[in-house]
Design a protein around this ligand. Structure first.
Ligand SMILES: Cc1ncc(COP(=O)(O)O)c(C=O)c1O
Length: 449
């Protein structure tokens, strides 16, 4: 059974059947929608995929954080089939349907904060980002938004403007959306001024306060949007001291705090939400946005917020034809039930422990690893040319990823220079499959010495 298999590559990659499809792809779809993995999937189960040529891979990308529950979970398939048999899409502004309401009630209940909340559903992460900003502006009657260096929020115009890195995300797409300001994210390994790690949170708070003096008046700022752990930015974890002070600044000036948990949400970091860690010290976002692993692969995103904030918009001011479609809602309801019932947060913690132990050994051994980091099963390490200068080494990253794929491990990089190797394996990966992935990676790292 594929679900229990280990990686096994039996042809050259790509194999002949995959090669034929990849060649057609190159001719049929824009090159901007690119893919460097040398196989075409035939089916997927758990953490494993089989390609058209019979090669088996362990997938440590999981649809970029979509597959916390893995491929083809049988209970999710059943829930989707049941929904498809009843109806596809009455449309929430046209006919009431209970899946949308039931899912909103559930998300309101499970997201951090024991206060009344409401949730609206959209189709993608970027759409949730867009709508969180619309809602924040409407509620606050303010225009300005603060975002962060290294942040990634999507590819629509506002989401792209909020996103940090110019190439490839914003290159040539100007003019962008006005009213967006950028503060330094507390990236303890890399700050512009090479500040010692322990001083980075305070340094970044000072920089934010400077922005509120030099760049934008605090009473005009509607919201600050932050990823608790940056995803595309390289799995950079915002320290708790920073988050506490950030919340205090928001409270001081009446600025809303939006947590973008599109990649961190639904058990990835070892809790149901990364903001559950914030709640331990009494910090809550005013608006929380989620997507990706929520429905295990069907397109849906959520904007969840305090009652009074979510009620700021009038009838017709929010929505979209497909937002919260019943098939995605049915999938999400089952995914969340399974994540909670089968304690996927605990699985993430265990995966994190196993991987970090290996990463620590690699850090000792391989000079080209600059830093290792992780929260739960959101795991990464940086590849550098020199530990002293921290110069990123994207070339080596690409070599490592290519070699891993050839041996049956699918990996993706991250970080502003492409210098970070990240792992987002499905959380129901077996211990043997996890070990197989680690062994492949170790073999490849060893070849780099
Ligand atoms: C933190 C974060 N926000 C927003 C997005 C955008 O989501 P989508 O690609 O579904 O529009 C992503 C996608 O990677 C993300 O990781």
């Amino acid at each position: 059974m594929l679900r229990e298999s280990l990686p096994k590559v039996i042809t050259e990659l790509p194999g002949p059947k995959s090669k034929e499809v990849i060649e057609r792809r190159l001719n049929a779809i824009p090159s901007a929608i690119s893919c460097a993995t040398p196989c075409v999937i035939d089916r997927g189960e758990g953490a494993m995929i089989q390609d058209l040529d019979g090669n088996i891979f362990v997938d440590w990308v999981g649809g970029i954080g979509v597959l916390n529950i893995g491929y083809s979970h049988p209970e999710v398939i059943e829930a989707v089939k049941h929904q498809v048999d009843r109806y596809f899409h009455p449309q929430i502004n046209t006919i009431h349907y209970s899946e949308y309401i039931e899912l909103a009630e559930l998300v309101n209940k499970i997201t951090p904060g024991d206060f009344k909340k409401r949730t609206a559903f959209f189709n993608s992460g970027a759409e949730a980002v867009e709508n969180s900003i619309k809602i924040a502006r409407k509620y606050s009657k303010r225009t300005e938004i603060i975002t962060f260096t290294g942040g990634f929020h999507g590819r629509t115009y506002m989401a792209m403007t909020l996103t940090s890195t110019v190439k490839p995300y914003k290159n040539g797409f100007a003019p962008l959306v006005p009213g967006v300001h950028r503060a330094p994210y507390p990236y303890t390994y890399r700050t512009d001024d090479n500040i010692p790690k322990e001083e980075v949170p305070d340094y970044c708070i000072e920089q934010l306060e400077k922005i509120l003096v030099d760049d934008v008046a605090p009473e005009t700022v509607a919201a600050i949007i932050i990823e608790p752990v940056q995803g595309d930015g390289g799995f950079v974890i915002a320290p708790d001291e920073y988050i506490k002070k950030l919340r205090a600044i928001c409270d001081k000036y009446g600025i809303l705090l939006i947590a973008d948990e599109i990649q961190t949400g639904y058990c990835r970091t070892g809790r149901l939400f990364a903001t559950d860690y914030w709640a331990d010290y009494g910090v809550y976002p005013d608006i929380l946005i989620t997507a990706k692993s929520m429905a295990g692969g069907l397109p849906i995103s959520a904007v969840t917020g305090r009652d009074e904030i979510m009620e700021a918009c009038a009838s017709g001011e929010l929505g979209g034809t497909y937002g919260g479609n019943p098939v995605a809602c049915a999938s999400a309801l089952k995914v969340i039930e399974v994540l909670q019932r089968d304690n996927y947060a605990e699985k993430a913690v265990k995966i994190g422990e196993v991987c970090m132990k290996r990463f620590e050994a690699w850090y000792e051994k391989y000079e080209f690893i600059g830093e290792i980091r992780g929260k739960g099963a959101m795991l990464a390490f940086e590849i550098v040319k020199d530990r002293g200068t921290k110069e990123p080494d994207a070339e080596r990253v690409n070599r490592i990823m290519t070699a891993c794929k050839q041996k049956g491990l699918i990996l993706k990089n991250a970080g502003p220079f492409g210098q970070v190797i990240r792992a987002l394996m499905p959380l129901n990966i077996t211990a043997e499959q996890l070990e197989a992935g680690l062994s492949i990676l170790e073999e490849v790292l060893e070849q780099e010495v």
